[in-house]
Ligand binder design. Structure first.
Ligand SMILES: CC(C)(COP(=O)(O)OP(=O)(O)OC[C@H]1O[C@@H](n2cnc3c(N)ncnc32)[C@H](O)[C@@H]1OP(=O)(O)O)[C@@H](O)C(=O)NCCC(=O)NCCS
Length: 444
């Protein structure tokens, strides 16, 4: 195939992927906690423009500004000390007006950027809080704990296409203000609103695999192109936290809150860098994203193929057909044996497939195993083959065979052994392509 055709094909499949994500996310709410260290970064206007793009395709957005940096700066200006216990700021009575000013200031700056992108943002005091009090002898003074969030107004504003901005300040019934954690606020919102995605956007972003101690659950993981962990379920997140005390306080805090947010009802929580250009668009509109996603419910599954999956299966197989690794199949070929095929779907996008074809005498063929290039070495192929082996077992298979040109070493790991054309059922032997000279592997 000419090079330019290949480019157009991959461009077209990328656009298709984006469209499928847009239709899935339209009308959903994304909550974004944005660290205020990003406000002075040259990449920030680009991030806001990308957020505006998400809003323009019908995704509802709510923003919680991080304020740690702005508060530190404000306190330093007035030469007030600032201390923390377990990562929580102790807010003195004297510091509170400065904390309020800094928090509202950070929210105001985001509002200005939104306005510059033609979007109506709105800042409000919808959080009810009370004093965190004295915990284990430590007096947190004017640091508060979220009691309730008034979401009826927030929901109305979202319906009217506003972007609500919630600075991390809460008020008690008497109107006294408390300094609250923006990460906690973003996490807590997932209890009150139906949140499709929660983002923790900072300078660092996702979890790098380099230097990470992995355990049984995290031995095989889907990685992004930048060596980041693409996705973790709750159990895997707990394992990473347990095995890696060296993670920074911020990373631990985000991972722990990601678990809480999932338990509060958020479908997906993403740790993302706001500096890497286009990272939020990549994370939302592509299956492998550009950050680390924590998910509560099923993110991937193996299921029987449907007729709608066929174009995606053909797309995955195409490059292997061109390289002589798979035989060519048409839409009609797959349709005729659709019941034999299974697909590996990630959030409904297809990334792997395979088939189990039945022959006489309880003999079965494993065929058409293919994994999308972005998902290699993440255990997808293994999951597909194991699923088909189980299926064969349930059908009382006596013999399994397959034909392969370059994956025999891989199939040996499933206990397949070298065979010959004599091991094939007659109809398969008759159609054996001598020029192709595929290896025959057998499992009894
Ligand atoms: C072969 C294939 C299905 C493997 O899928 P996958 O999801 O990447 O594989 P898994 O994650 O389950 O396994 C990865 C392991 O297999 C190894 N592996 C992958 N392809 C291999 C091959 N062709 N030969 C030998 N080993 C291979 C990897 O090095 C990795 O080893 P490790 O676990 O020691 O690091 C995939 O590479 C593919 O689609 N290949 C092209 C199509 C093909 O050849 N299909 C088989 C003919 S039916």
């Amino acid at each position: 195939m000419p090079a330019h055709n290949k480019t157009y094909n991959s461009l077209a499949s990328a656009i298709r992927e984006v469209f499928s994500y847009i239709s899935r996310f339209k009308g959903q709410l994304f909550v974004l906690k944005i660290e205020d260290t990003l406000l002075d970064n040259p990449a920030f206007p680009v991030l806001i423009r990308d957020i505006a793009q998400l809003h323009s395709v019908g995704i509802k957005i709510l923003i919680v500004p991080g304020t740690r940096n702005s508060i530190d700066r404000q306190l330093r200006t007035y030469e007030l000390d600032s201390s923390f216990n377990n990562g929580i700021r102790l807010t003195s009575q004297e510091a509170l007006p400065l904390v309020e000013q800094a928090s509202l200031g950070a929210a105001q700056r985001i509002l200005s950027y939104l306005t510059a992108n033609g979007i109506n943002g709105i800042q409000g005091n919808w959080v009810q809080a009370r004093s965190l009090g004295v915990v284990n002898g430590v007096d947190y003074m004017r640091t508060g704990k979220i009691e309730r969030i008034d979401c009826s107004i927030i929901e109305k504003l979202l319906e009217e296409e506003f972007i609500p901005i919630l600075p991390p300040i809460g008020w008690n019934k008497l109107g006294h203000a408390y300094n609250i954690s923006s990460t906690e606020l973003a996490t807590e919102l997932c209890k009150y609103l139906t949140v499709g995605k929660l983002f923790f956007i900072g300078e660092k972003g996702g979890i790098q695999t380099q230097g990470l101690t992995r355990g049984k659950l995290t031995k095989k993981l889907v990685l992004s192109n930048h060596g980041l962990i693409s996705a973790l379920d709750i159990q895997q997140t707990l394992e990473i936290l347990k095995n890696n005390p060296q993670l920074s306080h911020a990373q631990r805090d985000y991972l722990e809150n990601a678990i809480k947010a999932c338990k509060n009802g958020a479908k997906r929580v993403h740790l993302l860098s706001g500096i890497a250009q286009g990272s939020i668009l990549q994370e939302v509109f592509s299956s492998r994203g550009n950050g680390t996603m924590v998910y509560a419910n099923e993110y991937w599954n193996l299921r029987p193929a449907t007729i709608e999956d066929i174009p995606d299966m053909l797309r995955i197989m195409q490059s292997y057909v061109e390289r002589g690794l798979l035989i060519s199949r048409s839409q009609e070929d797959i349709e005729a044996k659709l019941g034999d095929y299974v697909v590996y779907a990630v959030d409904n996008a297809i990334h792997g497939c395979g088939a189990l074809h039945a022959f006489k005498n309880h003999s079965f063929e494993i065929a058409g195993i293919a994994v999308g290039a972005n998902y290699h070495d993440a255990g997808v192929g293994e999951a597909v083959v194991n699923f088909l082996l189980e299926k064969a077992k349930s059908k009382k298979a006596k013999k399994l065979f397959l034909l392969t040109t370059q994956a025999s070493d891989w199939f040996y790991t499933f206990n397949f052994k070298d065979g010959t054309a004599e091991d094939l059922p007659k109809e398969k032997r008759d159609s054996y392509d001598k020029a192709r000279n595929s290896k025959v592997l057998v499992l009894r």
